[in-house]
Design a protein around this ligand. Structure first.
Ligand SMILES: CC[C@H](C(=O)O)C(=O)SCCNC(=O)CCNC(=O)[C@H](O)C(C)(C)COP(=O)(O)OP(=O)(O)OC[C@H]1O[C@@H](n2cnc3c(N)ncnc32)[C@H](O)[C@@H]1OP(=O)(O)O
Ligand SMILES: [Co+2]
Length: 134
């Protein structure tokens, strides 16, 4: 089922400061900040030779990452995103296997314009997993 590692996401309290650390201190290629109101975050992508880092800052009142940052005020690794060939088939298999698919189970369009789903961290080794249609 799992394809490439699409990105590793880091939740941060200040996305401009985090982007500057990656750009200026680590010398990385950093995208502009993009508000994603449908997901309650603002994103910045750091392009690496073999994958991407996604910086996330809360956006709006009900951001799904707000409580995460209350627990970890400096920020921290938030989720990992794997690509799958068929996100509906993957969802249906995972549901059959008893995994919890978040957000009601219907994919949303993610930061790359592709359908994405999230799987509950308690079912996957304490790690929030995002699936993105390849
Ligand atoms: C623009 C889209 C972009 C893309 O790549 O395309 C994105 O990635 S958008 C990213 C932001 N969106 C999401 O994260 C959506 C899915 N996430 C959620 O629905 C919530 O974050 C949820 C339900 C995973 C956790 O929400 P919350 O922290 O408010 O709930 P709880 O406090 O009840 O947490 C339950 C339980 O899970 C533990 N937890 C929470 N977040 C994480 C995490 N990131 N990694 C690991 N574990 C996590 C939390 O500590 C609780 O554990 P407990 O032992 O019960 O205390
Ligand atoms: Co993501």
């Amino acid at each position: 089922m799992l394809g490439r590692l699409n990105h590793v996401a880091i939740a941060v309290p200040d996305i401009a400061a985090a982007a500057a650390v990656y750009r200026d201190t680590l010398g990385a290629e950093v995208s502009d900040a993009v508000p994603q109101p449908d997901h309650g975050v603002t994103t910045v992508f750091i392009i690496l030779p073999n994958t991407k880092i996604e910086l996330l800052e809360p956006l709006g009142e009900n951001s799904p990452i707000a409580k995460f940052l209350e627990r970890s005020p400096d920020g921290g690794i938030h989720h990992i995103c794997y690509e799958v060939d068929d996100i509906i088939a993957a969802r249906d298999k995972l549901t059959r296997d008893g995994a919890r698919v978040l957000g009601g189970g219907e994919p949303k369009i993610g930061a790359h314009g592709k359908p994405v789903l999230f799987l509950h961290p308690k079912d996957f080794c304490g790690t929030l997993v995002e699936l993105e249609q390849a």
